[in-house]
Design a binder for this molecule. Structure first.
Ligand SMILES: Nc1ncnc2c1ncn2[C@@H]1O[C@H](COP(=O)(O)OP(=O)(O)OP(=O)(O)O)[C@@H](O)[C@H]1O
Length: 317
């Protein structure tokens, strides 16, 4: 390598350092995240360079086929698992660089989570209110102010429509009621991010709707950023942004916005599908679009003044 090349490389590195980093203004940044599991000599690449940005205050859904990597991503964001490579930051915490103590603090204070299995979210021998007060006690600040913690627990339960069963134990609650209490538990220490993995998966659709309404309430009233993994189309349709994961990468996303008709004043929700473009310019086209036009192996590209056209390779050899 010549000196000139080295200088040139140094100049490029310096220029890159001065540029705002990827996701500098996002609350959650996943940058080329990789997670490889090795069991009995077999490697599974659960995440294969996943990019995801989530802004503060968003309520968004993650969808994807079974095995696409959703739970792996959630476990990493929850601080329960560590990625093999890439970068992940949540509310200023670097998820690859935390030591044991920082990880514990992160799980108690920065993120809250709600799991699909209702039994996993609550301790069976505590009442709903005691379950909500527990994370505040474990956090340990303001010791001796038990009354304040009980008060806050009641406030959260009431905000989520669960005040009536504050004194009941989980076994005395329905699945939907347990999930609402679980959301209150997850919010107890005012986390920056609330993560939920299939929170309505075990519920019928009417109950699922009520639980989703509780998430929306938390997002609107407290401004908590919420990421929900879901197979539930009703949940995916209700949020402003749904990101799809395919083969361990974010592949496409649907953004919804409310449109008001200029003549009638009627509101309607308009949904548009976007493909993710990574920093190398790679684009994943949705599988159903490809199959409906018989596109495979190679496509014809044409650059127009305001768009890029993609056609099946009909003249290919
Ligand atoms: N601890 C583990 N050890 C080995 N392989 C794993 C482990 N956890 C996940 N995997 C594999 O990683 C891939 C992604 O799994 P993951 O659970 O993240 O998918 P998912 O999208 O959440 O699926 P589902 O919707 O079925 O829960 C799968 O191939 C899975 O078998």
């Amino acid at each position: 390598m010549t000196d000139t090349t080295l200088e040139e490389l140094e100049r490029r590195v310096a220029a890159r350092r001065e540029r705002p980093s990827y996701g500098h203004d996002a609350l959650i940044t996943c940058d080329r995240l990789v997670r490889v599991f090795s069991t009995d000599g077999v490697e599974v690449q659960a995440l294969q360079g996943l990019d995801l940005l989530v802004k503060e205050g968003e309520l968004m859904a993650l969808v994807g086929a079974s095995g696409s990597g959703k739970s792996t991503l959630m476990n990493i964001l929850a601080g329960l698992d560590v990625p093999t490579a890439g970068a992940a930051r949540v509310a200023g915490s670097d998820l690859l660089a935390m030591d044991g103590k920082a990880r514990l603090r992160y799980r108690r204070e920065v993120v809250g989570f709600v799991w699909q299995q209702t039994a996993r979210n609550l301790l069976p021998y505590l009442t709903a209110e005691q379950n909500v007060a527990l994370p505040m006690q474990l956090r340990g600040r303001g010791a001796g102010r038990g009354r304040r913690k009980a008060e806050r627990a009641r406030e959260l339960l009431s905000m989520l429509g669960a005040a009536d069963y504050a004194d009941r134990r989980p076994e005395q609650l329905s699945g939907g009621q347990q999930q609402r209490v679980a959301i209150a538990v997850a919010l107890a220490n005012s986390p920056s991010v609330l993560l939920a993995d299939e929170p309505t998966g075990e519920l019928d659709s009417a109950t699922g709707e009520q639980v989703f309404a509780a998430f929306r309430r938390a997002n609107e009233e407290l401004g908590t950023t919420i990421v929900i993994v879901t197979h539930d189309q009703a949940v995916a349709d209700e949020v402003r942004r749904t990101v799809a994961i395919r083969d361990g990468r974010t592949s496409s996303e649907v953004l919804r916005r409310t449109q008001v008709d200029a003549d009638t004043g009627q509101e309607s929700v308009v949904a548009r599908e976007y493909a993710m473009l990574d920093r190398a310019g790679r684009l994943q086209l949705p599988a159903d679009h490809l199959s409906s036009l018989g596109m495979r192996d190679r496509v014809l590209l044409e650059l127009e003044s305001d768009h890029i056209g993609v056609w099946p390779d009909e003249h290919g050899v």
